[in-house]
Design a binder for this molecule. Structure first.
Ligand code: GUN
Ligand code: ZN
Length: 430
């Protein structure tokens, strides 16, 4: 068995709301038994209990659970960082043309690998991923993730209106392709499937109904889509679904608002929608870099807390501007400062680890370093350059390390990324 010595931080408890109850071992030990975490505690305790374990000394570094990115688009890896648009014209001008290229499965295979490499070098070990409308683009991602035993949640985008004809699938094809992908990939290895209507404007009622049928048939699959990101989008939804009682109600009508449903953004929600999200057990993915980049608005964390809505942090690449979850929290903090309600570093860390895992009902496997969880973890090197060596003291507390890295850090702070007990990324040291 392998025993790592480092500073260690994680949220061990199954809390549905953030409560500060973090476990920190400044001189900690993390014991692996093959793909699983076997034990965690102070180094001396663990070393005494397992005297024959192979010790790897990482003193000066921090071991944290692998990070969870609860909403992003792998095809948009190649269209990140385009100037000057808000949501609807950005989709028309950059996103749809990019996603058309995924009709070519070789292209999909290539980008899936680049995408996973970006996750690994940024310490993300689980992503909730939109693919494209092409079934083969989901197969490309699930295959690439399976090669490294990575826990990916993903689904084929469904759109049957208001998109280029090359990206248009009819309700029957969307249902048949999604069902086939569920049968092949859901709960196969560490893969999980998410029904993925892009957003209400690109689906007819017939398509949402077809996906709602699958949601009923497969109660443990995930659902992912977008919700109330942009004011023009919301006005459009109102005109397309004149019978619905608001944007969330469109999804609710088709049984798409429930536990394991993950709604990207939720920037402009009404009090009733907040209350309904809280009662349903659904999750809102907070995507601050994207919300700032597209000028969508400022997420209302206070309303989320007041309504006990599950919140999980996400990059939303390629509208999001980084794959790095620490930096994503850095922007969440700036958003919360503009609202005069700063989100603490520990809450930020919770929203990308155990908070996300509990929201998604995956905390038996990911999000923490509890014995029995899968050995998905990262090794962080806080003092990776001249500036961080100046700013971050060697004995700094975890919240200060995490906060400073959310502002000053990037992938240079990620020294190693471990998935299922195997090191899948190791930073090159000059
Ligand atoms: N709404 C519908 N599709 C998308 C997308 O690809 N990105 C973002 N940010 N919002 C969307
Ligand atoms: Zn998105």
């Amino acid at each position: 068995m392998q025993l790592f010595r480092a500073s260690i931080a994680h949220f061990p408890k199954q809390t549905t709301q953030f409560d500060n109850d973090i476990a920190i071992f400044k001189d900690g030990g993390l014991l692996l038994d093959s793909k699983e975490i076997k034990d965690i505690g102070s180094f001396n305790d663990i070393a005494e209990r397992y005297p024959t374990a192979n010790v790897t000394d990482l003193t000066g570094k921090w071991i944290l659970p692998g990070l969870i990115d609860s909403h992003l688009h792998y095809p948009q890896t190649q269209s990140i960082a385009h100037y000057g648009e808000q949501l609807l014209s950005w989709l028309e001008n950059y996103t749809f043309p990019t996603e058309m290229q995924f009709a070519d499965s070789e292209h999909a295979n290539t980008i899936a690998k680049v995408f996973l490499n970006q996750l690994l070098k940024n310490g993300t070990t689980t992503g909730f991923v939109f693919t494209t409308v092409h079934k083969s683009s989901s197969e490309a991602l699930f295959s690439a993730a399976s090669e490294i035993d990575m826990a990916i949640v993903a689904g084929k985008v469904c759109m049957d209106r208001n998109c280029p004809s090359a990206l248009n699938d009819c309700p029957a094809a969307a249902q048949a392709d999604s069902a086939a992908l569920i049968e092949t990939w859901h709960n196969k290895g560490r893969n999980r499937y998410a029904l993925t209507p892009r957003f209400a404007p690109t689906s007819t009622e017939a398509q949402l109904a077809a996906l709602g049928e699958l949601a009923t048939q497969y109660p443990d699959v995930f659902i992912q889509t977008h919700l109330s990101e942009n004011l023009d989008e919301i006005a459009w939804v109102k005109s397309l679904f004149s019978n619905a009682d608001g944007y969330l109600d469109v999804y609710d009508t088709y049984n798409l608002v429930r536990e394991r449903a993950v709604f990207g953004h939720g920037i402009h929600l009404t009090p009733n929608e907040w209350a309904r999200l809280g009662e349903s057990g659904a999750t809102v993915a907070f995507c601050p870099t994207s919300n700032l980049f597209l000028g969508s608005g400022l997420f209302d964390m206070t309303a989320a807390r007041a309504n006990k809505v599950h919140v999980a942090m996400a990059t939303d690449v390629g509208a999001g501007t980084t794959f790095n979850m620490f930096k994503t929290y850095g922007d969440a903090y700036k958003v919360s400062q503009l609202r005069n309600e700063p989100i603490s570093p520990l809450e930020g860390f919770y929203l990308m680890t155990q908070g996300a895992a509990v929201a998604h009902a995956l905390d038996h496997e990911i999000g923490n370093l509890n014995p029995g969880s899968t050995a998905d973890f990262i090794v962080v090197e806080p003092r990776f350059d001249e500036l961080t060596q100046l700013r971050i003291k060697e004995d700094a507390d975890f919240d200060d390390v995490f906060f400073a890295l959310s502002i000053l850090g990037d992938d240079r702070a990620i020294d190693q990324t471990w998935i299922s007990g195997a090191c899948r990324y190791r930073k090159e040291h000059n």
